[in-house]
Design a protein around this ligand. Structure first.
Ligand code: TXA
Ligand code: MG
Length: 316
């Protein structure tokens, strides 16, 4: 049985469960995370198990503040500038690991770097503050499936496999955090996400390096495995005139007959917030294929197209 938690009592219970080494799905502004104590090997191992996640794929550590994050990773130079500008918020920084800080090596999959994030959602912040330590939390979905932007999505995928879900309402941003690797001479983009690239580049004053397209066997950010975020149905992209038989996920005005519309007004922020919920919904309807309208490749469109192209990738 997975407990449903909410409100003050829910927060207290979530902290109690996490302290006991249990797994609790927690809300953040990006997507729901499947949280466990990042210092406890058994809790971290249980996260991999509940998700069916490959062990080589390291997890993000969530902290209440920049100061707390700095105890687990070396946050200097560009990383510090980005942290000061965008934390709390939908940004994850990969920085050199402080080896003696006590994180379970399972969190980093044995790497000498660690992914750190300070979430902005007040409920997540209060939970981290009350817990008083680092929480390892990947998105709270079975590995390879669509990420959860509501507590109901979490329950759909993980019911009975985790101790509890703390309900904080639908996620605001709706896409995972943007991940920047700050371990090299220049910061590099590892995953587009909820913080637009343009905003990051404006703060840095320079364009960000991008990863070369990753190969599935040796991902540098392993979340880049190409078939990821996959609905059960086939997904076709950049469709302007959908065949009658397919479920049509539109974007922008002028699609009265669409099965769903990410944003009738063409707002990328609204589209990001709706993306996973609408993919979940369309996946549950009868029909063999989801056809998706073209999404502009700017702002949050970059992350939306990234997730869509993974949803459409051939399944391995
Ligand atoms: O918004 C988010 O980022 C959500 C919420 C829950 O915070 N979390 C999330 O976690 O999306 P997950 O595990 O689904 O994605 C984490 C990504 C993976 O692609 C992983 O490979 C990468 O972060 N990652 C973690 N540690 C890393 C490291 N040391 N070096 C490179 N990539 C790393
Ligand atoms: Mg994920």
């Amino acid at each position: 049985m997975t407990e449903r938690l909410e409100g003050e009592a829910g927060l207290t219970r979530a902290v109690e469960l996490l302290r006991a080494g249990k797994l609790v799905a927690i809300p953040t502004e990006t997507v729901y995370g499947l949280a466990g104590d990042a210092r406890e090997g058994e809790a971290v191992a249980a996260i991999f198990e509940a998700k069916g996640r490959p062990r080589f794929n390291p997890l993000i550590c969530h902290l209440a503040s920049l100061e707390a994050a700095g105890r687990f990773g070396v946050i200097e130079g560009a990383a510090l500038r980005l942290a000061e500008a965008f934390w709390p918020g939908p940004l994850t920084l990969v920085v050199p690991l402080r080896e003696a800080a006590g994180l379970s090596p399972l969190v980093t999959a044995g790497l000498n770097s660690v992914a750190l994030r300070v979430p902005a959602l007040p409920l997540a912040h209060r939970l981290l503050d009350a817990f008083g330590g680092p929480l390892a939390a990947p998105s709270a979905n079975p590995s390879g499936k669509i990420s959860p932007s509501t507590a109901a999505h979490v329950a759909e995928g993980l019911e009975g496999r985790i101790a509890a879900v703390l309900d904080g309402g639908p996620a605001d941003v709706g896409l995972e955090s943007t991940i920047i690797d700050c371990t090299g001479p220049e910061p590099r983009l590892l995953r587009p996400g909820g913080l637009p690239l343009e905003t990051l580049e404006a703060a840095l004053g320079t364009p960000l390096g991008r990863d070369a397209p990753t190969d599935d066997t040796a991902p540098s950010s392993p979340g880049q495995l190409s078939s990821h975020y996959a609905p059960g149905k086939a997904v076709r992209l950049n469709v302007t005139t959908p065949p009658e038989s397919s479920l049509f996920l539109a974007f922008g005005p002028g699609f009265p007959a669409a099965t769903a519309n990410l944003s009738p007004s063409g707002d990328l922020r609204e589209a990001a917030a709706n993306l996973f919920a609408m993919l979940h919904k369309l996946d549950a309807l009868p029909g063999a294929e989801i056809a998706v309208a073209p999404i502009p490749q700017r702002g949050l469109g970059l992350a939306i197209n990234d997730r869509l192209s993974r949803a459409a990738a051939p399944r391995g």
